[in-house]
Design a protein around this ligand. Structure first.
Ligand code: HEM
Length: 118
């Protein structure tokens, strides 16, 4: 079970890389209001959701404690990210900088929630 949990944790981190990488790669374009919600960012956010839910299930099945409040906060933040990325995914002209910046800021916030909330 530990191996399975660690595999999903690794996939969880791959999801962060896809989401945050898409953000960082476009920081210059963001300044010009030309950043786009790319497919990689959407798939990264969806990967976070699927692997996160799997991690909750696997940890519970393994009788390991999961902090439900922390998970609920992370889930809420991710849902906001998902909605923002999803609704503007076809916007070829680029999205406003504050909207794009919010996706990056919320993703980084979730990383700190995951690591600092003990
Ligand atoms: C942008 C969204 C997210 C980010 C950046 C993120 C980040 C992280 C990071 C860095 C870890 C490893 C550190 C640790 O073990 O605490 C982790 C673990 C974990 N994440 Fe996420 N996560 C996100 C969304 C979610 C969601 C939506 C769920 C559940 C619905 C979730 C459930 C978990 C679980 C169960 C673990 C295993 C460790 C623990 O019990 O806290 N994550 N996440």
């Amino acid at each position: 079970m530990d191996v399975l949990i660690n595999i999903f944790l690794a996939l969880h981190i791959v999801g962060i890389a896809a989401l945050l990488g898409g953000f960082f790669a476009q920081m210059k374009a963001m300044g010009a209001g030309e950043a786009r919600m790319t497919p990689g960012m959407l798939h990264g956010a969806l990967t976070m959701l699927v692997t996160g839910l799997a991690l909750v299930g696997l940890n519970q099945a393994d009788d390991q404690e999961v902090d439900n409040v922390k998970i609920a906060v992370k889930l809420a933040v991710l849902l906001v990210i998902l909605v923002l990325v999803y609704i503007r995914r076809d916007d070829e002209e680029g999205v406003p900088a504050p909207l794009f910046g919010a996706v990056g800021a919320l993703t980084v916030a979730n990383i700190f929630i995951a690591t600092l909330w003990t």
